[in-house]
Design a binder for this molecule. Structure first.
Ligand code: ZN
Length: 329
């Protein structure tokens, strides 16, 4: 009887993971279990209000399919591309992912349609919450998550708190420079790590290596990051070389991150984390060479174990943690 009572008291949250191409959403319980999830095309061109209409409808449908009553759901958590304003629940300037959505009050739009308070944070911060809650950084007070995809984002938990900075833009670690004479970046800096260790950078590096080896047989085949991972797993030396080089570049950035934040764990997440088996050894080696020994004691550098679910899990964590404050009801 006690167990049954306990189960009936389990709380749930609605979770939304907004991307420029797809929106994932679902219901997550307070143990971090994704009860139901689904996805639809974001179609940013139609604007935020039309999107919010579809999202609210899909959230209600997900709750029904999962057999979770609406009164068991306390709030909506949203992870979205930045820059954004956490307190105001507004996407301030989500370019280039969501052109035309500048200033969209996403929390108000979802709260009005769902009848629950809604809470917002950027996708990398949400990933850090997920890792801290049920992932590789569970219970760790100082952690950094690097999301390695088309660009490089990051979420930082320092002394047990998610780091936001003055205007919620802390943790743009993709723009740590590893080369002051390197190529110019969109941010204004030169030689940002994002230009060396994102998925497009990996593809560029691999193609350069192909050209240098004049490997005619493989020329012209379309090269994607996933194709390079697969080739590396099959033993392709060029693919492995490219991934190891990316790992060393990441090591240079991680050395700076370790000096700045003294984390206990640095977690690789996002698409490129799928190739962590090739990235981690060279990465760790560079960190060993380039970091004060005292900061290496107890330091772990690992791949995320949450995979694609981390966006929903982290958004739910945000909702479950914040709902008592009842913003945007
Ligand atoms: Zn930059």
């Amino acid at each position: 009887v006690i167990a049954a009572v306990h189960f009936s008291e389990r709380r749930h949250a609605w979770a939304v993971d907004l991307g420029g191409t797809n929106t994932k959403l679902g219901v997550v319980d307070d143990s971090g279990r994704v009860v139901v999830q689904e996805a639809f095309s974001t179609c940013p061109g139609r604007g935020g209000d039309s999107w919010a209409e579809e999202a609210a409808e899909a959230l209600r449908g997900a709750a029904a399919r999962g057999g979770v009553e609406a009164d068991r759901i306390g709030a909506v958590g949203v992870g979205a591309p930045g820059p954004l304003n956490v307190e105001g629940g507004v996407l301030t300037n989500p370019l280039p992912n969501l052109p035309g959505w500048q200033g969209f009050p996403i929390c108000r739009a979802l709260a009005n349609r769902c009848g629950k308070p809604a809470f917002l944070d950027n996708d990398a911060n949400v990933a850090a919450l997920a890792e801290h809650w049920v992932g590789a950084g569970r219970g760790v007070d100082n952690l950094v998550v690097l999301t390695l995809g088309t660009g490089i984002g990051s979420g930082i938990i320092a002394d047990g708190r998610l780091l936001h900075g003055m205007s919620d833009n802390a943790g743009e670690l993709g723009h740590l420079s590893i080369n002051y004479r390197g190529p110019r970046c969109v941010c204004g800096n030169r030689g940002c790590i994002e230009l060396y260790a994102s998925a497009p950078a990996l593809v560029r590096l691999f193609k350069q290596k192909l050209r240098r080896r004049e490997c005619a047989a493989r020329k012209g085949r379309s090269v994607t990051a996933e194709a390079i991972f697969e080739a590396a797993r099959e033993g392709d030396p060029l693919a492995r070389e490219a991934l190891e080089e990316v790992g060393r570049y990441l090591g240079m950035a991680v050395a700076s991150i370790v000096h700045a934040l003294n984390p206990e764990i640095v977690i690789l997440a996002g698409g490129l984390a799928g190739a962590a088996q090739f990235l981690l050894d060279p990465l760790r080696e560079v960190v060993r060479e380039r970091t004060y020994p005292d900061l290496q004691v107890g330091l772990r550098i690992e791949a995320s174990t949450l995979g694609a679910a981390s966006g929903l899990v982290g958004a739910a964590r945000l909702a479950l943690r914040e709902q008592s404050s009842q913003r945007w009801t």
